[in-house]
Design a protein around this ligand. Structure first.
Ligand SMILES: *[C@@H]1O[C@H](CO)[C@@H](O)[C@H](O)[C@H]1NC(C)=O
Length: 457
């Protein structure tokens, strides 16, 4: 008899503790693990951030159901999350239940890695069923555009989902051949609702852009599962400098109809060597974290013919002198290039020239001076100095020979400054001392300094 009793008591104990455990689990899930409206609604009404949080939760649940490869790309949320902000902790107690996602802006932006998602129209239908209003912005697929074909195919570029005056922007990122992710500009077509969203406040879409692939981490923000870039500082920097310029294929085709490209084997060989030199230069400077852009004839080639000019015998790049580092020379030597000459000094008219595979790489250093930017030239035999003056410019991404490179954003102004208004007419005989429209005489180096300032190898 006592034996039976013990078994019964033990079973009862197990059952009752299991029930209690289940209750705890239920209680935890329902009331503790979900911050936000569940707690706040006890006061009877929802605040604006509760509504935003609920909108985001609804959207993220849908995104998970349709397996959207998303990450949070919202510049305000990510800034709040960045280490700088986390250090100033007092800022974070503002809205304890929705600290990062409720930013005071009626927008949250995400990016979608389009190559990892098989487009499913069911997603937008399901969003509509959940009460979202949906705006889909499409545009030409630039991956198909080239000198041979002008793309006609249209792809999704942005989704905008609106619920209770909150906007969720989903930016499609497409892989491009230069090994980067591209997104399109957000352009409304004639019949689209211009009041659908506060378009000027969006983080993405004013221009097309290029980003590097980001390493992502899954995290819980304000009780919601989201993926974010691992290095937020880097992502925010890239986002600010993402603007991308597509080559003007239509104009380039017209140019090449007037002036057909040289397709001799020598010209093809030259192009192959230039491509390899440009890739090597980009890689070397990326390792040093030195930004560069296409300059002179190389820039003209991209702008005018989406290619390189086969009779120009060199590759020209520009670097702001503030980005100069003494180890640039050794880095290029280690990459297999020979230093051919070094003219000028860091304070004035610095210019480096390297050689590889009988192609010359000219690196011009640019000086900012009030509303102009200039670079220098030196004639080795006479010590004469020249100055090439450009209007100020910022840098944009572009693609040349399957490489992501920078060009001055106002490329037309840059090219016009350098080559005059007739830049679209090929000129085969070019004198760097007299032909450029923007060349100025700039005195002579003192003879005593020649040895230091005019080094020819
Ligand atoms: C994040 O990126 C920045 C800028 O590229 C870099 O300076 C920093 O070291 C990176 N941080 C980490 C933890 O990798």
């Amino acid at each position: 008899m006592p034996r039976v009793n013990r078994t019964v008591v033990l079973s009862l104990l197990i059952v009752s503790s299991s029930v209690f455990l289940l209750f705890q689990l239920y209680y935890y899930r329902k009331y503790v693990s979900k911050p936000g409206p569940h707690i706040l609604s006890q006061t009877g009404h929802l605040t604006a951030s509760d509504v935003q949080w609920q909108t985001l939760r609804k959207f993220l649940a849908l995104a998970q159901r349709f397996r959207l490869p998303l990450f949070l790309a919202d510049t305000v949320s990510l800034t709040l999350l960045s280490e700088d902000a986390l250090r100033q902790r007092d800022r974070l107690v503002r809205e304890p239940h929705c600290t990062f996602l409720c930013t005071g802006r009626p927008i949250t932006s995400f990016t979608l890695h389009a190559n990892l998602w098989k487009y499913d129209p069911g997603f937008l239908l399901a969003a509509e069923q959940k009460g979202f209003q949906v705006l889909q912005v499409r545009g030409d697929d630039p991956r198909l555009a080239s000198l041979d074909i002008l793309s006609g195919q249209d792809i999704p570029l942005h989704f905008l989902l609106r619920l209770q005056d909150y906007i969720i922007q989903v930016v499609f990122l497409y892989e491009r051949s230069g090994n980067y992710l591209w997104f399109g500009a957000l352009r409304l077509k004639g019949d689209m609702d211009r009041s659908f969203a506060p378009f000027t406040q969006l983080d993405f879409g004013r221009h097309a852009g290029a980003l590097n692939r980001q390493e992502l981490v899954l995290t819980v923000l304000d009780g919601l599962d989201v993926r974010i870039p691992r290095n937020i500082t880097r992502f925010l920097y890239e986002q600010r400098h993402a603007r991308f310029l597509e080559c003007r294929y239509r104009d380039a085709r017209n140019f090449l109809q007037l002036y057909p490209d040289d397709s001799s084997s020598a010209a093809l060989d030259f192009r192959r060597k230039v491509k390899s030199l440009l890739h090597l230069a980009a890689q070397t400077l990326a390792q040093l974290d030195v930004p560069f852009w296409l300059s002179s004839g190389t820039c003209l080639g991209w702008f005018r013919q989406c290619s390189i000019i086969s009779y120009s015998r060199d590759v020209d790049i520009g670097i702001f002198v503030v980005d100069f580092r003494p180890d640039i020379i050794s880095a290029f030597r280690n990459a297999g290039l020979t230093l051919k000459h070094k003219f000028g000094k860091v304070e004035d008219s610095l210019e480096l020239s390297f050689l590889r595979d009988d192609i010359k790489l000219d690196i011009f250093f640019f000086y900012e001076d009030r509303d102009i930017v200039w670079n220098g030239g030196t004639q080795a035999k006479s010590g004469r100095k020249f100055k090439y003056v450009f209007p100020r410019f910022s840098l944009c991404w572009a693609e040349l020979l399957d490489l992501k490179v920078r060009v001055p954003c106002d490329t037309l102004d840059y090219v016009t400054a350098n080559y005059g208004s007739t830049w679209s007419v090929p000129v085969r005989s070019w004198d760097w001392k007299s032909s450029p429209s923007n060349v100025q005489e700039n005195g002579v180096w003192p003879a005593a300094e020649w040895e230091e300032l005019i080094q020819v190898y």
